[in-house]
Structure formats: C-alpha cells, structure tokens
Design a protein around this ligand. Structure first.
Ligand SMILES: NC(=O)C1=CN([C@@H]2O[C@H](COP(=O)(O)OP(=O)(O)OC[C@H]3O[C@@H](n4cnc5c(N)ncnc54)[C@H](OP(=O)(O)O)[C@@H]3O)[C@@H](O)[C@H]2O)C=CC1
Ligand SMILES: N[C@@H](C=O)C(=O)O
Length: 266
C-alpha cells in the first residue's frame, strides 16, 4: 500500500524496533501517514496493521538493508518520488561496542555504512525536495557518544560524532529557510541495540537507562519547541550551551596562522 497524499508523510528508518518503532507510533498519533524502513518487514507489517487500525494511518513498508547499496538506492528513490513527505527521521543505527582490535572489519564497516553513509544519502535524497518547497524537517538520531568516546566505542562514537557535525553544519546551511533539522542525542535507552552490541542491557546501571517511550516523547517535545539540539536526559540545558561556546572559542583560537609559543624553538 502506498502512503496517501492528503496527510503529511513521515519516513522513519529503523522502525521495526526500539526508538524508531516509538517514533512511528507517535507520528501516527499526530496524523502522519508513514513510510517505515527496516530489514524485518514482518515487524513493520505488524506495526502498520496496528497503526492503521488505531489511527487510520496509511503505511508504506519498505524492507531494506540500509548497509546494502542497491537497497539504499531503492529507498532514496522512494523518498525522491513522494512529494507528500514532510519529515525524515534518520533513526536506524547499529553498534558494536568492543575494543577496535576485537571488532571485526564487517562490524566496523556496518556501523559506518548505516550510521554515516545511509543517514547522509537519505538526507541528500530528500533535501532538494524540501528546499524546493521551502518546508520539511529532518530528525537525526545521534547519541551522547557523539561528544564522548569510551574504550569500547571508538568506531560507534566516530560515527555518531559524524552525525553531530554533519547535522550542525547542515543546520547552518538551512538558516533562513523553512527547512529544519533537529539533532537528538539520547543517552542509554532500553532497546535491543544493547544486547546486539555485545553489552547486555541488563548489565547497565538501570537508573541511567531511559525507556524508548520517554526518550521519543522528550525528543518530540524538543522538536515542538523548535530546538535544534535535544539532549533528552540532560536536566541542565546550559551545559550544552557552555560546551558549544567553549568549542566555538577553541576554534576561533586556532585561527592564528602561527605555531603557539610553546611549540617554538627556544
Ligand atoms: N539504545 C540506546 O541506548 C541509544 C540508541 N541511540 C541511537 O538510536 C537509534 C535507534 O536505536 P535503538 O532503537 O536503540 O536500536 P534498536 O536495535 O532497537 O533498533 C534499531 C533499528 O534499526 C534497524 N536497523 C538495524 N540495522 C539496519 C540495517 N542494516 N538496515 C536497515 N535498518 C536497520 C533495525 O531494524 P531491522 O533489524 O529490522 O533492520 C531497528 O529497527 C540508533 O541510531 C542508535 O544509535 C543513541 C543513543 C542511545
Ligand atoms: N547506543 C548507545 C551505545 O553506547 C549510545 O549511543 O549511548
């Protein structure tokens, strides 16, 4: 079934589980028709049936492995062909949490292909249409590991650091347009990702783990209030402002054109 044209359409990648499945539910409640993307089509179909019955949502199920070039090209085509799309949620992501020496080349490549390349290409696919209509929104799901790295997260943090910088740069490009990008940076959230990553969810400090429902509801509250950057678990929002100010000052301080005195020969 293809999505109808009289309701706005949202695309959610990685909608078969976890955070993406909750985004699909919440966007359905908000009156969107949906294009849901993931490998497990049977789960997407079950979600589609549920949302159709509950809210009359029309859902287009797109079974795709976003690390596969042909599948990704097919999803790009779906995005380019549908002018009713007003929202893209780049949520699909995977993690192998282990030291690099213990991470297979396949797992490393898969994180880069999904977290970096697929997100970039899908953004690139939808952007001309959004800019042409001067409307639309992109939600990029990054992580608090976008700005922090652990001994087991070098590659994952690298990919999520990319999502943060890609999104920050694009937000500046979009200034003055009616197209917006929200960067969401969740901390630990109770999803399948953990067990798949090699770190059991049960081994985490449960007090620091958010439910995916709370995560998405907070992220959408941030979206509704016009936030560019949403850190759903951070109570003191000025922490980000101070971090970003320090980053900006550090960048400005690099623009000297000469070695710092401590590096000059005595
Ligand atoms: N859980 C957490 O603690 C945190 C998660 N995040 C980020 O949130 C996002 C969602 O993760 P979360 O809900 O936790 O993870 P889940 O593992 O629960 O869900 C991941 C989703 O991505 C899909 N997916 C995985 N691989 C592929 C692929 N190759 N092609 C297409 N779809 C794929 C999965 O579907 P299928 O297997 O059917 O393809 C699934 O729908 C990710 O970007 C993650 O990095 C950020 C911070 C914290
Ligand atoms: N998915 C989590 C892995 O460490 C995170 O992004 O925080």
């Amino acid at each position: 079934m293809s999505a109808s044209s009289f309701k706005p359409v949202a695309v959610v990648t990685g909608a078969s589980a976890g955070i993406g499945a909750v985004y699909a539910e919440r966007l359905s409640e908000r009156g969107y028709d949906l294009i849901l993307v993931a490998r497990r089509a049977e789960r997407l179909k079950a979600l589609s049936d549920k949302l159709g019955a509950a809210h009359g949502t029309k859902v287009e199920v797109v079974e795709a492995d976003l690390t596969n070039d042909a599948d990704l090209a097919r999803v790009e085509k779906v995005l380019k062909a549908n002018s009713a799309i007003t929202l893209l949620v780049n949520n699909a992501g995977n993690a192998t949490l282990a030291p690099i020496a213990k991470t297979s080349e396949e797992d490393a490549a898969s994180m880069i292909a999904l977290n970096v390349i697929a997100l970039t290409r899908l953004t690139h696919a939808i952007l001309p249409e959004f800019l042409g209509r001067n409307e639309g929104a992109i939600i990029n799901v990054a992580s608090v590991l976008s700005f922090h790295a652990l001994p087991i997260s070098a590659i994952y943090s690298g990919t999520k650091g990319y999502v943060m910088n890609f999104s920050r740069g694009l937000q500046q490009e979009l200034a003055g347009t009616n197209v917006r990008l929200q960067l969401v940076m969740p901390a630990s959230t109770a999803t399948e990702l953990w067990d798949l990553s090699g770190i059991p969810l049960a081994s985490l400090n449960q007090a620091a783990v958010m439910t995916s429902e709370n995560l998405v509801d907070a992220a959408l509250a941030g979206f509704d209030s016009g936030e560019d950057i949403t850190l759903p678990s951070v109570a003191d929002a000025t922490l980000w402002d101070r971090f970003d100010e320090a980053r900006s000052k550090l960048f400005a301080a690099t623009q000297t054109g000469e070695p710092a005195p401590r590096y000059r020969a005595a």
